[in-house]
Design a protein around this ligand. Structure first.
Ligand SMILES: [Zn+2]
Length: 417
């Protein structure tokens, strides 16, 4: 059976050029004493914007694994798929993120709701969770409301899971269920009910991605109360441990944090919760590797810097259109975006200081960073011209990609430093 290890990191490689540099971050992690499984993820949305096929992700990752001599597990994630988009991911992927956020709140049949409530009287009352300071209090009315809200989505997850199982064979892939791309955060009590329902559906879920409270914008830090996040995550972990024992879910079931990358202010909380519960997480990062490519090009100067500026100017000109698919996960302050004419005069250091996510640097500009994050379509349109410069500057780009993943993500989350 394909089993995901305790610690794992989801990495995006939009242009399929950085798999080696990304894997190098996991190698540095192993050298430092922590085994972090790399999972290459690319959503249908990104494939559509770039015009790439899921098989290209597997090819690039597989080549990196062979070339670097990586002997441990690795996976390719069909990120945020559903029944309509899953087909082309079936062959090349061995990790499936079944996204059912859109089905939350849709009504399930009365008979299946009633059957769930009859089957699960244990979900009403004061549920003591081992390792948590507080019990979950679930009234009969609350349970009925929760089931009405989530059962249809869970049934949909079952349908998608069975489609994948039919194609891949039982046990030949890792199953994640995601509900993060929605408005309201799920409470730990809701998570427990969802897990009971997933077990009833026969979905062997190994990672679950709830929506946590606070904002998880792409490529920038968490917006919310880190202390509240920590309480919520601890209760979620306790609910997962309880569900594994009570409902026979896979023993390695863990949280998947669709971080959107760079949630530096809650990484200490995630690390502390994992220590407390002796569990791991799947840390899914967004495609910020692409930002490290631009940083590398800008740092290289010359043609690289010129291209970085050109990409910014194009992204600035088409900001509205580029932001549409990501509207719920970015917060750009247009007044903070420098005019392309100003950027045209920047040095390498000025450009990288604005873009690189270093909050101690006064020149760091979160709005510029988010605009470039969603601006990968501009580079995709440049085609060979962009890829050629990436290849010509491979060393300096790779250094930035590896450093970002290792020092800013694997270090604080998995090594606690
Ligand atoms: Zn997500």
């Amino acid at each position: 059976m394909k089993t995901l290890g305790m610690y794992s990191i989801g990495v995006g490689d939009r242009f399929a050029h950085q798999a080696k540099a990304q894997l190098q971050a996991c190698i540095l992690g192993a050298d430092a004493g922590v085994e972090v499984t790399p999972v290459w993820n690319k959503s249908n949305r990104e494939h559509t914007i770039i015009g790439s096929e899921p098989a290209s992700v597997r090819a690039a990752a597989g080549a990196a694994v062979a070339e670097m001599g990586w002997k441990r597990e690795w996976f390719c994630d069909a990120d945020h798929i559903n029944l309509t988009t899953v087909e082309r991911f079936l062959a090349p992927c061995d990790f499936f993120t079944i996204d059912v956020a859109d089905y939350i709140g849709k009504p399930a049949e009365h008979s299946s709701i009633d059957a769930f409530l009859k089957r699960h009287p244990e979900l009403v009352g004061s549920i003591r969770l081992e390792g948590a300071g507080e019990a979950l209090e679930i009234s009969a009315e609350m349970l009925a409301r929760t089931v009405a809200k989530f059962l249809f989505a869970v049934q949909e997850a079952g349908k998608i899971y069975r489609r994948v199982e039919k194609a891949k064979g039982k046990g030949n892939f890792v199953t994640e269920v995601s509900m993060d791309e929605t408005d309201a955060a799920q409470t730990p009590a809701e998570l427990l009910v969802i897990l009971a329902a997933l077990a009833d559906e026969g979905v062997p879920v190994q990672t679950i991605a709830p929506k946590f409270s606070g904002r998880f914008n792409k490529g920038v830090d968490y917006v919310g109360d880190p202390a509240q996040f920590r309480r919520e995550m601890a209760l979620d972990m306790a609910a997962i441990r309880h569900a594994v024992a009570a409902y026979g879910l896979p023993a390695n079931l863990k949280l998947s944090v669709h971080s959107g990358s760079d949630k530096f202010s809650i990484y200490p909380a995630i690390h502390a919760c994992m220590q407390e519960f002796g569990t791991g997480v799947h840390l899914k990062t967004a495609g910020t590797t692409w930002l490290e490519e631009i940083i590398g090009l800008a740092e290289a100067g010359g043609d690289g810097l010129a291209l970085a500026k050109e990409i910014y100017a194009e992204a600035f000109a088409h900001a509205a259109e580029l932001c549409v698919p990501y509207a719920t996960v970015i917060d750009i302050d247009a007044a903070r975006l420098p005019a392309p004419a100003e950027v045209a005069g920047w040095t390498s250091t000025q450009f990288t200081s604005a873009l690189r996510h270093d909050q101690r640097n006064a020149a760091y500009n979160a709005s510029l960073r988010q605009l470039l994050h969603v601006g990968f379509k501009v580079a995709a349109k440049m085609g060979e011209r962009y890829l050629w410069l990436l290849e010509a500057n491979e060393g300096i780009v790779a250094k930035n990609v590896t450093e970002n993943l290792f020092a800013r993500h694997i270090g604080p989350v998995f090594l606690g430093r």
